[in-house]
Design a protein around this ligand. Structure first.
Ligand code: SF4
Ligand code: SF4
Length: 453
């Protein structure tokens, strides 16, 4: 049984119920006595007053815990219990590549021919043992223009397998631990079948899952060497292999994603070093590194209402934008491909003006490569907003579900997109500037009424 395969990431024997985790949490900020009760209830599997309905999976509590008990993993386990009981909310189909009407399937309708060509190559190439594999991953698949056509790809074989679910990273974050377990096993089979030795995931989250979570919590040990993409990038820049002649002279603020807090923050400094080497001056947000607030995406697991989930996510993103704006920086930089799609959709809906870049785009500009900024991002943000709107309409007629399949069926309509007339109609309306403005305004009016936190 899968349950026996997993090892609890939470070290219950280390926890002395001090409550510091939820007391220091930047979201909950619980009074210490309430925090003590909350952790006790969570450990005992009793009803949680706040955590399970408010946590944004930001991962900070693991760093606040003086006993290194892994508070975050306890929260995930309790969400896993809830998932087993009630399933996933209908809107979660959005991020399940094996469910009908997922975002990858629907985006096929809007990809440019160039994007389709890149994706086709990345998805269909079967790695050889001598290949150094760059895992494009589910998120960068949504924005192939971030890296497609760049010289940065010349060092690798880019591979895109969306049924590798980013190594299970977001399933793990949602608390769907049994499903993440299956993904860990599947990725091992894939890598072994390819016979490759070196795997470079684009996301820190995926690097962490392969190196730490799979072997330590899921008993899945990979034989491959996993190289962190930012480590690799710094090395290449320092060796002079990647030159950055076009210094950007840009003030930026850095969004530290949830998984960057894993392993005591080993992932924080390299992106900052890379940005400095590109000519960026960094102005830090009030909450950064270990206290960093979530982009909004991590609100999903604590949501109990389907429609309110979108408003809750956006209201969390609003906090991030307010902190970014307070710094006075010209641009907000994300070094996570998951956050970037959320940040762009929220930028458009919240009517924010600060520039938002993925760190790879910054490097490419410093290398002297041309990027089509902001047009590509604005277009993709409205593609995604159209898809979310469409999904919301569909989800009214759907009920909660369980993820039964993790492996992609090539006969599924993901590879053979239907006509999607209503989706296309919604998207074509968003081509009209006045409609976009009106929609965003309506969204902002509804947000305080619809959000539940
Ligand atoms: S993961 Fe973040 S939001 Fe959730 S309880 Fe821990 S510190 Fe708070
Ligand atoms: S998990 Fe850590 S911080 Fe939280 S109550 Fe236990 S020992 Fe204290």
């Amino acid at each position: 049984m899968i349950k026996e395969k997993r090892i609890s990431g939470f070290k219950v024997d280390r926890c002395d119920l001090c409550g510091l985790c939820f007391h220091l949490c930047p979201v909950l900020q619980q009074p210490i006595e309430e925090a003590k009760l909350e952790i006790k209830n969570l450990i005992e599997g009793k009803d949680s007053e706040y955590v399970l309905t408010t946590c944004t999976t930001c991962l900070s509590c693991n760093l606040y815990c003086p006993q290194q008990a892994n508070t975050y993993q306890l929260i995930l386990e309790r969400w896993n219990d809830l998932y087993k009981e009630r399933g996933a909310l209908p809107l979660s189909r959005f991020v399940c590549p094996t469910e009908e009407h997922n975002i990858w399937q629907l985006l096929n309708v809007f990809f440019s021919n160039q994007e389709k060509q890149w994706i086709h190559e990345w998805m269909n190439y079967i790695p050889k043992p001598s290949d150094k594999v760059l895992l494009i991953g589910n998120y960068t698949h949504l924005f192939p223009f971030i890296i497609g056509g760049s010289k940065l790809l010349n060092y690798f074989k880019p591979i895109d397998r969306i049924d590798q679910w980013e190594g299970g990273a977001y399933l793990y974050q949602l608390g769907y631990l049994d499903v993440a377990q299956k993904v860990a096993e599947k990725t091992k089979k894939d890598f072994d079948k390819w016979g490759v030795d070196i795997v470079v995931p684009l996301l820190d989250a995926v690097h962490y899952l392969f190196k730490e979570v799979h072997p330590k919590e899921m008993k899945v040990s990979h034989d491959q060497k996993f190289i962190n993409y930012h480590d690799w990038l710094i090395e290449k820049i320092d060796a002079g292999d990647i030159k950055l002649p076009n210094q950007l002279n840009l003030t930026v603020t850095v969004h530290d994603n949830c998984y960057s807090k894993a392993l005591d923050g080993v992932y924080w400094e390299n992106p900052r070093e890379i940005l400095k080497k590109c000519g960026c001056k960094i102005l830090e947000m009030k909450h950064n590194k270990k206290d960093s607030l979530c982009c909004g995406f991590g609100v999903g697991p604590s949501c109990v209402g389907n429609i309110s989930m979108v408003f809750n996510i956006m209201s969390e993103a609003k906090k991030k934008y307010e902190e970014a704006e307070e710094t006075g920086a010209k641009a907000l930089i994300s070094y996570c491909g998951g956050c970037i799609y959320l940040l762009w959709a929220s930028r458009e809906l919240l009517g924010k003006k600060i520039d938002v870049y993925h760190i790879i785009e910054i490097v490419r500009m410093a290398m002297g490569e041309k990027i089509n900024y902001p047009q590509d991002h604005v277009k993709r943000a409205w593609d995604i907003i159209a898809i979310i709107t469409y999904q919301l309409l569909l989800s009214v007629f759907q009920s909660n579900f369980f993820i039964k399949r993790i492996t992609y069926d090539k006969n599924m309509s993901t590879f053979h997109p239907k006509k999607y007339k209503i989706l296309k109609l919604i998207r074509s309306l968003f081509n009209i500037s006045a409609v976009r403005k009106l929609y965003a305004k309506m969204f902002r009016i509804l947000m305080p009424i619809m959000k539940t936190r």
